[in-house]
Design a protein around this ligand. Structure first.
Ligand code: HEM
Length: 464
């Protein structure tokens, strides 16, 4: 008899059994796109459908995903919605750049995220996590309730700012992480006009007020650049060899333009911390509901820390902590949907000989949200079971059934950075503290730019 406890099933919308009306589609997209998807999205390998006026191919089949994101990636461009929502904010930053600009920028920035830099990053991640964890010392054994969602946003922002900018983002520390959130919330919202694919000159009412926040950001970015430039001029020996210096050194005919440098600073601040923060908060929430997972993580953390291993090794030495984080990324992928549009007509034939026609211009939705909860590919898809990601079980997974970081040429440039950061932060936080449910803990996942708990996520922190 299997004596293991029933795994925890964290909250998520129940797949719809009746297709929504047109009006309901619009309402749901505005309220919470995660609530839109019906049974077929969680049970069929692909669906050719119409979504408002746009023909759309929803793709779950891992082989077809590989075809679109890797094998014929050149035929699939950024979706119109991403162009409409993110491009006005992040412009030619790496996430929203296309064509030659993207190619040149990706190549130029890739060296920062290679293993060569991992050791330095790990030391900074450790230091920032330890500093942050001090704030929880006050909780003692009695405990205190914190909003773990906003706390993790603060922590990951501190880490990002230290690792990529040596702590020299020209903004008052406390207000800045909050205003990044504000920017993304104001500007990064789907507006009814976006769903209708209205041209960009049609005003987006939901984004009014966002312009002011944007202007403040551009000020912060130019001050950051100016600060570093004068340091490079006046005291070159004191200049840190970080991402910011690298970007500034890239300015020139074959590198990046002035504007592209500014766009990338904003992009990396935007893409580089909220995603990891969300996943950390969901991990701690799931772990608070899974005592045997917590026990296994604590045992692993205690053993590795007692061995005196360097923080750069922790990601490899803590497979269970990593698995818990990866399982939270499966259940609550911070980027719940990866959208593309077909440039030219295309088709694909499955290994069983089924043909999928992909007409020119069709919108292709690859959704980690449905893929990660798909009945064809996962056992107990709604349950929190970190064991799936332990090294010995991992080979049973198809490389393209799990896509928290995307895949192909546009795969997340910060994936290893994020995993390393998460393992270090979890180890430091869980070494001395435990996180438990409170009577108010009742999160509901909503899709904004990231998958986040509506209204925050209260947990009780106390000394272990
Ligand atoms: C758990 C944390 C993270 C998740 C789940 C995540 C997810 C993703 C996904 C799914 C994409 C691909 C989007 C697409 O193909 O359309 C992406 C791209 C990107 N990510 Fe991440 N990300 C995370 C952390 C980070 C970090 C830490 C950084 C920077 C330090 C970062 C920077 C970027 C950038 C710049 C791109 C655009 C890459 C390109 O288009 O060439 N991300 N991310």
């Amino acid at each position: 008899m299997d004596m293991r406890p029933e795994p925890f099933e964290p909250p998520a919308p129940i797949p719809r059994t009746v297709p929504p009306s047109r009006l309901e589609i619009i309402r749901t997209v505005l309220r919470n796109p995660l609530e839109l998807w019906g049974e077929p999205s969680y049970t069929l390998p692909w669906i050719d459908t119409k979504f408002i006026n746009q023909r759309t191919l929803i793709v779950n089949d891992p082989d077809l995903i590989r075809y679109i994101l890797v094998e014929n990636a050149a035929n699939y461009e950024m979706s119109k919605v991403r162009r409409l929502i993110l491009r006005p904010i992040l412009r030619d930053g790496l996430l929203t750049a296309e064509g030659e600009v993207w190619k040149r920028s990706r190549k130029a920035m890739a060296p920062v995220f290679t293993p060569r830099h991992a050791r330095g990053f790990a030391a900074q991640m450790l230091e920032k996590s330890e500093e942050y964890a001090l704030k929880y010392e006050a909780a003692g054994h009695g405990g205190m309730v914190v909003n773990i969602a906003s706390d993790m946003t603060e922590l990951t922002f501190e880490i990002l700012s230290e690792t990529l900018f040596s702590g020299q983002v020209a903004a008052e520390r406390d207000g800045f992480a909050a205003s990044v959130e504000q920017l993304l919330h104001r500007m990064g919202r789907v507006d009814p006009m976006d769903i209708m694919l209205a041209p960009t000159w049609v005003p987006r009412l939901t984004r009014i007020g966002g312009k002011k926040v944007m202007a403040r950001f551009h000020d912060v970015v130019s001050q950051t650049i100016e600060g570093r430039r004068s340091q490079m001029r006046d005291a070159p020996e004191t200049v840190p060899k970080d991402f910011l210096t690298l970007l500034l050194e890239l300015e020139g005919s074959n590198g990046l333009s002035r504007d592209e440098i500014a766009d990338n600073i904003l992009t990396f601040i935007g893409a580089g911390h909220e995603t990891t923060a969300r996943a950390l908060a969901w991990t701690l929430y799931c772990v608070a509901n899974a005592p045997h997972v917590r026990a296994a993580m604590e045992a692993e953390i205690d053993a590795v820390l007692a061995s005196g291993a360097e923080p750069v090794e922790w990601l490899n030495l803590m497979p269970y902590v990593r698995a818990a984080f990866e399982e939270a990324l499966r259940l609550y992928p911070p980027a719940p949907s990866i959208n593309r549009a077909a440039i030219e007509a295309d088709h694909w034939v499955s290994p069983q000989g089924e043909r999928v026609d992909i007409p020119k211009g069709i919108s292709v939705l690859i959704m980690p949200w449905t893929l990660h909860r798909h009945v064809l590919y996962w056992e107990k898809p709604r349950a929190f079971m970190p064991e799936r990601f332990l090294p010995e079980n991992r080979e049973r997974l198809h490389r393209f059934q799990y896509l928290p970081f995307g895949a192909g040429p546009r795969i997340c440039i910060g994936a290893t950075f994020a995993l390393q950061e998460a393992v270090i932060a979890l180890a430091v936080l869980m070494k001395r503290h435990r996180f438990d449910m409170t009577p108010q803990t009742n999160p509901w996942p909503v899709q904004r730019l990231t998958t986040q708990p509506r209204g925050g996520l209260p947990l009780k922190v106390s000394a272990r």
